[in-house]
Structures are given as structure tokens and as C-alpha cells.
Design a protein around this ligand. Structure first.
Ligand code: FAD
Ligand code: NDP
Length: 653
């Protein structure tokens, strides 16, 4: 049971046991907390004040209203992409680059008022990509763009999305401020019919449009529906409150570009949440607010970001050193994330992502695969990850103690869970912020605040008067609706014979071919990690799925020949085979059982569900457990086989 001295480095087996006991206590404390899963979904609430918190603050309605709609009532389009973030943009670029479509044959659509998805909506101060910008920003070689810093700020990433859209002529092909409500397969015409609703700004009537598409691509993201905790009294608060996904610069002063939050001078501010978003926000707010209260339910683990400007000479000689450098670098990062780098293989990125070997417990690893899922083997597997993780998490905790001067505060900021339970966070300023006299940590010991009043926030019995409450409390978890692509988009999707995609997922769990298509829903492609792959670098994953989809369609079109429309559908057998391949590797994820709750595990959903059938449904949705490079090899071997086995390809006029 206990790990050996050897695998825990300098730490004894007793130390590891003690740490694991603490992890269990901290997880249980949270799992038992009364309001763990009480959230208000802001896009779905009927409460006007809360609903307004997710209105688009950024759209230039006048300019957008002057533009001609690229999507017309009863229009018929060859390629329809839902989502204009990096997922949707990469679908469009791949279709064009692979010769499947001209920009004229593509239509994109987004609820946002511009390109960028995540990077359109999120403009909070302190926002940067958390993986290196040279691997995160897509299409750097094709655009020739050189990020200005190792970790690009949010506005630069958004500008890059706009730049890509302009280069591939997608600007006039994209309908913004529009929600897709329904996507329905027409068995007779063999087209998809899409019903959407456009918001044209204040005092303008909404416009409904119905149109048709041959191929539909769902690139609607996973972290798009902001939520706030359902804290009693939240509506009684008389001050200003907002969610970080719609930063209110009117309340704070400044803008995404200058970030001088001058209106916070003299104000008392509470930030609720202490994960990736809050870690960016808190140091910036602390510079301006008179008093800042940081309301913590679970401490994040915070690693050094080590931000620095891009040195152009170094970029040209060491980063962009040859054609194909970006893909090589992305793959190299993935190998380091999944413990599959060859001995002596150069670590090209070499940052805080690549020194945490046990994080592969959530990303998958061929090196730590699990061939024999006997109970003994499972225990050994979990032990191995804990032993691998201990030196890393001890260093993370030691950094807190070294940085935060007040030892009581430092103790409360130490994370007591293994690295794989939450996404790591990176900051050179977060922990230091707690040394400022105006910053106060309100640790709620896993419970969250007990109440919000007209004038403040209550932790335990103590009320803290504040003028502004900022919620950095995340999004509806991607596992909602068992990760069904329809639930993730909030769209009703009906396939052949009116079958509902949500019902298909809810009745049996995920069922896909290579994570991108499902039987009964022809010519519908989606992106996501379920039954596909998960990486630290999401945009890379989105690009590789887009490439795989484009490959499949191009082969199908080649088969049916010119002047006919290909109808591409995963067969039932193929999706069950793929599901079984995913499932038989799923025990790999055993270390995640017992994790502290968070959006990774649907706030501890696994420990609440005891019914074995329900557990199996969830297990079907896990990603490929041997890591991204292995997943790429798996789909490549399918391509090499050349018969498009598993896809039914027919033609329509
Ligand atoms: P999104 O960018 O979320 O775009 C999806 C779009 O679909 C949205 O604009 C949404 O409005 C639209 N949409 C959804 N449903 C509908 C509908 N029904 N009708 C109309 N439109 C709809 N990942 C990393 O790897 N590194 C990072 O540093 C990183 N930082 C992040 C920072 C934040 C604040 C957040 C929230 C996420 C971050 N991520 C990061 C994850 C990030 O979401 C992905 O990296 C990536 O940008 C997602 O792209 P996407 O196109 O799949 O989804
Ligand atoms: P998360 O879901 O990761 O975090 C939400 C935070 O709110 C947690 O600290 C959570 O605590 C806290 N919370 C929830 N309910 C309560 C409550 N009742 N009282 C107090 N606190 C509460 O959302 P984020 O927006 O921070 O991040 C989501 C993801 O977006 C990240 O994992 C990352 O993938 C991405 N991201 C990346 C960034 C970057 O640096 N590039 C920046 C921002 C986000 P608890 O842990 O206890 O649930």
C-alpha cells in the first residue's frame, strides 16, 4: 500500500501516507459541504438582475447592425460551423487549406459579437494563456505572427483570432450575436435545418432565421456558461457585482488594454473564487482597491509563471528553427505532459507544465498505462501516481510558505490535493499579493460564504462590508448532460428519425467514433475530449480533431465523386468498438477517484453516484487514456488502413 522510499524521492513512505490522509480529509470535508453543488447558471436563470450579468458588454451593435447578414432565411450552405473561437476558426481554416471548401462555402456563427470565443468573452485584468503562447496560439507559422511574450495576454490572443479570420476571409461569412437553438436532420432532404435567434442590441427586436447545411461542425467550447454560487441573499446586495467572464470595466475603470482600475480606488472589493481566473484577477484588483477580500473555498496550486518578453533572436534560432516547428513543439510538450518523451529528448517548452509528471494521471500516459485492472494493480497504479506527485506538490506548498509572510495565511493558502485534481495555475504575483496590507484572505474551509447581505459578504458569522463583489466562480462543468455535445452547446439536436442527441447520451453514455461523430447523426461533427484526447494545450487538441474531420470528409467526398453530396455517418458497430477501446483503458483514471471536488469531476459527482449502470455511462465518456500522441497514432493507423472502416458513406443529390 505505502509507496517505497525510492519513488517518493527525498520523502518517506510515512510522509506520503500522512499527506494522502490529509488529501482525503480535505476532499471529504468539501464533498460533505452543504452547498457544494449549488450554482446559478447565469445563461439559464429567469432572474433579470443575474441574467444581465452575462449580457455581452463588448459587441458594437451599431457597426454589426449595418452589416449584411451572411446567413439568410432558407439559405443552404455547404459547411456550417457553430462557434467562432479557436475551435470553429480552425475547422474553417482546415476546410479551406485541405481544399474542401472556399471561404464562400463556409458559414460560422457565434453568440459573441466577434471572433475569439473564450478570448472574446473573457477580458478580465491579468488574463494570459497559461500554456506557452508559441504552442497555444494556433497557425503561427501560417500567419507569421510572433507572440510578444512567452504567455500572451488576453487581448493579444483575441487579436490573433481576428487576424486569422481576416487572413482566411471569414469575416463576412460569420454571423455574430446569434444563438443556435435547434439543429434538426431532415431525413427526406438529407440536410441539417438550423434555427437561430439573433440579438441585435438594446431596443432592437430579435431576428429568427432558419437555414440549411450539408455539414455541421459543433465548436461550441466547454467553458462558456458562467455560473455563480447560489449564496443566500445574493440578490439583496446593493453594490455592484459581476462575473469575470463579463468584466465590468465601467465599475472598475480601465479597459482590457490599459488595465488601470482607477474606479476601485477607495472601494472595498470581494473576489469569490481562487482558481485560474481569480489568480489572474486578484493581483490586479489588489493594486487599486482600498480593501480586497479574497473568499476562498479551496486553495489553488500556484506555480511560477516566469513570464518574459519574446526575444526575437532566440525565437528565430531556438523556437521557429525550421519549417514545421510549431507542430513539433506542440507534440514535444505533449510528450512531456504524458511521460512519453524518449530518454534524452529535448524539452523544448521547459516550463511549469513539464515538471509535473503525475499530472498525466488526468491527461493519460502510455508510459504509465494500465494493462491489468485487477484490484491489486489498481491500488499499485494509484500509489505510483501519488509517489510521483509528492515531491512536486511539496514544492508547491513550500513555495507558499516561502512567499507569504504571515504564516497563518500561508497555511490556509496551501493546496491539499494531488496535482491532477485541478488545472495548475501560474503566477509570479498571486502569492506575493497576500503580503499587501489591503489584502485579506477569507478562508471558508471548504464551505464558501454563508450569506450575502445588502452591504457585504458573510463568512461564518462575520460580515465583511464591500462595495463590489466579483465572482471568479467558473462555468457549468463540461460533464453536464454526460458531456453530450448538445448539452454543452445548449442546443436541441435531433438526428435520423427525430432521435435526440441528449437522450442518446443520457440513456447509454457517450458513443462516438474517434470522439468526433456519432451514429444516427450524419454529417455532424463535434470537438471535445470525450472519447478523444485531452491535453494541457486545448487549442492544439481542437486543431488535430479539425484536421481529422477534414481528412475523413475529403476521403468521403473523393469516394462519392463530383456533383454528389457525401453523407458520412459513424456506424453503430464502429462507435461501440471505439467506445470499448476507450473503456478498456479507462481504469487508468483511478487516481482521480477521491479527488477534491471541482469542475474536473463535476463537483464530486463520481462519489455521489453509486449505481453501477450510471457509473458505466460516465466511464464511457473518458478520454483516450494513453495520451495525445498515442491517440494520434491510433487514428493514424486507421487512416493508413485506408478503407474508412467505421464510416458509412453514401451519396445524395
Ligand atoms: P470557445 O472559445 O469557448 O468558443 C466557443 C464559442 O461558441 C463561444 O464564443 C460561444 O459563444 C459559442 N457558442 C456556444 N454555444 C453556442 C450556441 N448555442 N449558439 C451560438 N454560439 C454558441 N486553454 C488552454 O489550453 N490554455 C489556456 O491558457 C486557456 N485559458 C483559458 C482562459 C479562460 C478564461 C477560459 C474560460 C478558458 C481557457 N482555456 C485555455 C480553455 C479555452 O476555452 C480553450 O483553450 C479554447 O480557447 C476553446 O476554444 P473553443 O473554440 O473550443 O471554445
Ligand atoms: P474554476 O471552476 O476552475 O474555479 C472556480 C472557483 O470558484 C474555484 O476556486 C471554486 O472553489 C470557487 N467557488 C465555487 N463555488 C464557490 C463558493 N460557493 N464559494 C467560494 N468559492 C467558490 O473556474 P475558473 O474560471 O477559475 O477556471 C476555469 C478554467 O478556465 C481553468 O481550469 C482553465 O482551464 C481556464 N482558465 C485559464 C486561465 C489562464 O490562465 N489561461 C485563466 C482562467 C481560466 P472550489 O475549488 O472549492 O470549487
Amino acid at each position: 500500500m505505502a509507496a517505497s522510499q525510492q519513488t517518493t524521492g527525498a520523502f518517506s513512505a510515512e510522509k506520503l501516507d500522512a499527506v494522502r490522509k490529509r488529501y482525503t480529509e480535505e476532499a471529504n470535508k468539501r464533498l460533505q459541504a452543504e452547498r457544494l453543488t449549488h450554482f446559478i447558471q447565469l445563461t439559464q436563470t429567469d432572474e433579470k438582475r443575474l441574467r444581465e450579468l452575462v449580457e455581452d458588454p463588448w459587441a458594437d451593435h451599431d457597426a454589426l447592425n449595418r452589416k449584411e447578414s451572411p446567413i439568410k432565411e432558407n439559405g443552404v450552405y455547404k459547411h456550417f460551423v457553430l462557434g467562432a473561437g479557436f475551435g470553429g476558426i480552425q475547422y474553417a481554416v482546415r476546410l479551406i487549406e485541405d481544399g474542401l471548401a472556399s471561404a464562400d462555402e463556409i458559414r460560422l456563427l457565434d453568440a459573441a459579437g466577434g471572433f475569439g470565443g473564450t478570448w472574446y468573452w473573457n477580458r478580465f485584468p491579468g488574463l494570459h494563456c497559461d500554456v506557452e503562447s508559441y504552442v497555444y496560439l494556433p497557425l503561427l507559422e501560417e500567419t507569421g505572427y510572433i507572440p510578444k511574450k512567452k504567455y500572451a495576454p488576453g487581448h493579444e490572443i483575441r487579436a490573433h483570432a481576428e487576424h486569422i479570420a481576416a487572413k482566411w476571409n471569414l469575416e463576412n461569412k460569420t454571423l455574430f450575436r446569434t444563438d443556435v437553438e435547434e439543429i434538426v436532420w431532415n431525413d427526406r432532404t438529407e440536410y441539417w435545418t438550423i434555427r437561430v435567434k439573433q440579438n441585435r442590441g438594446p431596443y432592437q427586436p430579435t431576428v429568427k432565421i432558419t437555414f440549411n447545411a450539408h455539414y455541421v461542425y459543433l465548436a461550441a467550447g466547454v467553458l462558456t456558461k458562467p455560473q455563480i454560487p447560489d449564496i443566500p441573499g445574493v440578490l439583496s446586495f446593493s453594490g455592484s457585482m459581476f462575473h469575470t467572464a463579463r468584466w465590468n470595466y465601467k465599475a472598475t475603470g480601465g479597459s482590457q488594454e490599459d488595465q488601470i482600475l482607477s474606479k476601485l480606488n477607495g472601494k472595498r472589493v470581494a473576489v469569490v473564487g481562487t482558481a485560474a481566473t481569480a489568480i489572474g484577477v486578484i493581483p490586479e484588483v489588489a493594486k487599486y482597491a482600498a480593501e480586497l477580500y479574497v473568499v476562498q473555498r479551496t486553495p489553488a496550486y500556484v506555480k511560477r509563471r516566469d513570464q518574459r518578453p519574446t526575444d526575437l533572436g532566440e525565437f528565430e534560432t531556438k523556437v521557429a528553427r525550421k519549417i514545421g516547428w510549431q507542430y513539433e513543439r506542440q507534440i514535444n510538450l505533449n510528450k512531456y505532459l504524458t511521460n512519453s518523451a524518449a530518454p534524452g529528448e529535448e524539452n523544448l517548452v521547459g516550463d511549469g507544465w513539464t515538471d509535473m509528471p503525475a499530472y498525466s494521471a488526468v491527461l493519460g500516459s502510455p508510459g504509465h498505462g494500465l494493462e491489468d485492472a485487477s484490484p491489486e494493480a489498481l491500488v499499485a497504479h494509484v500509489d505510483k501516481f501519488h509517489a510521483l506527485d509528492l515531491p512536486h506538490m511539496e514544492a508547491v506548498r513550500a513555495r507558499v510558505a516561502d512567499t507569504v509572510k504571515d504564516s497563518e495565511t500561508a497555511e490556509k493558502l496551501k493546496p491539499w490535493f494531488p496535482s491532477w485534481c485541478k488545472r495548475p495555475t501560474f503566477s509570479d504575483t498571486y502569492l506575493e499579493t497576500f503580503n499587501r496590507p489591503n489584502v485579506h484572505l477569507l478562508d471558508t474551509d471548504g464551505k464558501g460564504p454563508s450569506k450575502i447581505t445588502k452591504s457585504g459578504i458573510v463568512v461564518g458569522e462575520q460580515e465583511y462590508p464591500v462595495d463590489i463583489i466579483i465572482f471568479g466562480t467558473g462555468y457549468q462543468p463540461p460533464s453536464s448532460g454526460l458531456g453530450s455535445p448538445a448539452a454543452r452547446t445548449n442546443v436541441k439536436i435531433y438526428g435520423r428519425c427525430g432521435e435526440s442527441l441528449n437522450d442518446k447520451w443520457l440513456s447509454n453514455g457517450a458513443a462516438t467514433f474517434h470522439g468526433y461523430a456519432t451514429h444516427g447523426f450524419p454529417n455532424l461533427f463535434f470537438t471535445g475530449m470525450n472519447q478523444a484526447t485531452i491535453t494541457g494545450n486545448n487549442v492544439f487538441m481542437l486543431g488535430l480533431i479539425a484536421g481529422h474531420v477534414a481528412y475523413s470528409i475529403s476521403q468521403a467526398e473523393h469516394r462519392v465523386g463530383p456533383n454528389k453530396r457525401a453523407i458520412v455517418e459513424a456506424t453503430k458497430e464502429a462507435e461501440e468498438y471505439h467506445t470499448s477501446e476507450v473503456l478498456r483503458r479507462s481504469a487508468f483514471y483511478a487516481p482521480s477517484v477521491g479527488c477534491t471536488p471541482g469542475y474536473f469531476n463535476g463537483y464530486g459527482e463520481g462519489s455521489r453516484i453509486t449505481n453501477s449502470e450510471e457509473k458505466l455511462k460516465r466511464a464511457r465518456g473518458v478520454p483516450w487514456s494513453e495520451g495525445t500522441v498515442s491517440f494520434l497514432e491510433y487514428i493514424q493507423s486507421w487512416r493508413n488502413e485506408g478503407s474508412l472502416k467505421g464510416l458509412s458513406i453514401t451519396s445524395a443529390a
